[in-house]
Design a protein around this ligand. Structure first.
Ligand code: NAD
Length: 260
C-alpha cells in the first residue's frame, strides 16, 4: 500500500534505537525525509547511516536532549517546518512512589508530558496553515492499564493524554491535522530489557525468568518488534488515516484485557 507520504518531512524524537528508530525506519521506507534526535552522537550517527541505506530520503541527525529548551532549539535551528512529528523520549525509572521526591516527578513530567506539548506548540500551527499535519505521541499501555512500579510514567503520560484529547478536537481537526497517541505494550527494546533487569534485581529472579513470565502474560506470547510499531506509526501519518484523530491506539499483542 502506498501511504502517500513520500517527500514529507518528519521530526522523530528518541530515534537512535528502539521504538523511535522503528518509526523513523518505517517513514524513510515510505520516502519521508526525517530529522532524528537522540542524545548520544555516535549512536545517532550510526542510526542515521542505517536509515540512509534504506531509501534515497534525506536524513538529518541532531544530537540533543529533547527534554530541554536548549535541545529543542538545536533541533529547530536545523529545520522549523515538519509535516509529521513523532514525540518520544526515554521512559521514567520504575520504583516505589514513597521513594520519589519532587525532582523525580518534575523530571518525568518534563520528559513525558511537557516536552511533547512544547514540540506540538512549535509545529502544529505551521501544519494547520499548510493544511496537513500528523502528530504521534509515543506514550504507553500504562496509560490505559497502569503498571504499579511505573507510577511516574502512569502519572506524567496521563497528563499528556488529557491535553491531547482536547487539542485533537480543537480547530486543527478541520485543518488537516491529526493528533494520536500510540501506546506500546511490551516491545523488545533496551528499555524493556533494563526494566526486566531492575525487576530481576529486586525479586532475586533471573532476567530470563522475568522475561518469560511477562511473555506468557501476552496473548501473542511474544514481545513486539520495533518494526511493527513503526508500521502502525507510518499508517497514522498517511492521508489515508486522515479521519483518525484524538485516539489512544494500543499496539500490545492483545495484552490489554478490556473489550474496548
Ligand atoms: P529505548 O530506551 O530503547 O529508546 C529510547 C530512545 O530515546 C533512544 O534512542 C534514546 O537515545 C532516546 N532518548 C532517551 N532520552 C532522550 C532525551 N532526553 N532526548 C533525546 N533522546 C532521548 O526506549 P523504547 O523502548 O524505544 O521506548 C520508547 C518510549 O516508549 C519510552 O518512553 C518508553 O518508556 C515507552 N514504552 C516502551 C515500552 C517497551 O516495551 N519498549 C513499553 C511501554 C512504553
Amino acid at each position: 500500500m502506498d501511504l502517500q507520504i513520500k517527500g514529507k518531512w518528519a521530526l522523530v524524537c528518541g530515534a537512535s534505537r528502539g521504538l523511535g528508530l522503528g518509526c523513523a525506519e518505517a517513514l524513510v521506507r515510505e520516502g519521508v525525509h526525517v530529522l532524528i534526535v537522540a542524545r548520544r552522537e555516535a549512536v545517532l550517527a550510526e542510526a542515521a547511516q542505517a536509515l540512509r541505506a534504506l531509501e534515497s530520503a534525506q536524513v538529518l541527525a541532531c544530537a540533543a536532549d529533547i527534554t530541554t529548551e536548549a535541545g529543542r532549539a538545536q533541533v529547530f535551528a536545523l529545520r522549523k517546518d515538519f509535516d509529521i512529528v513523532v514525540t518520544n523520549a526515554g521512559g521514567p525509572p520504575s520504583g516505589n512512589f514513597r521513594d520519589w521526591g519532587r525532582e523525580d516527578w518534575i523530571r518525568a513530567v518534563e520528559a513525558n508530558m511537557l516536552t511533547p506539548i512544547e514540540l506540538i506548540k512549535a509545529t502544529v500551527d505551521g501544519m494547520a496553515a499548510r493544511g496537513f499535519g500528523r502528530i504521534i505521541n509515543i506514550t504507553s499501555g500504562a496509560v490505559k492499564s497502569p503498571i504499579e512500579a511505573l507510577g511516574l510514567s502512569n502519572g506524567a503520560r496521563s497528563g499528556l493524554t488529557g491535553f491531547v484529547a482536547g487539542l485533537a478536537r480543537s480547530g486543527i481537526a478541520a485543518q488537516g491535522v491529526t493528533v494520536n497517541n500510540l501506546l506500546p505494550g511490551a516491545f523488545d527494546t533496551d528499555r524493556l530489557q533494563s526494566l526486566f533487569a531492575t525487576t530481576a534485581g529486586k525479586t532475586s529472579q533471573t532476567v530470563d525468568a522475568v522475561a518469560a513470565q511477562r511473555r506468557k502474560s501476552i496473548p501473542a506470547q511474544r514481545f513486539g518488534q520495533p518494526q511493527e510499531f513503526g508500521a502502525a506509526c507510518a499508517f497514522l501519518c498517511s492521508p489515508l488515516a486522515g479521519y483518525i484523530t484524538g485516539q489512544n491506539i494500543l499496539v500490545d499483542g492483545g495484552a490489554f484485557g478490556g473489550t474496548f
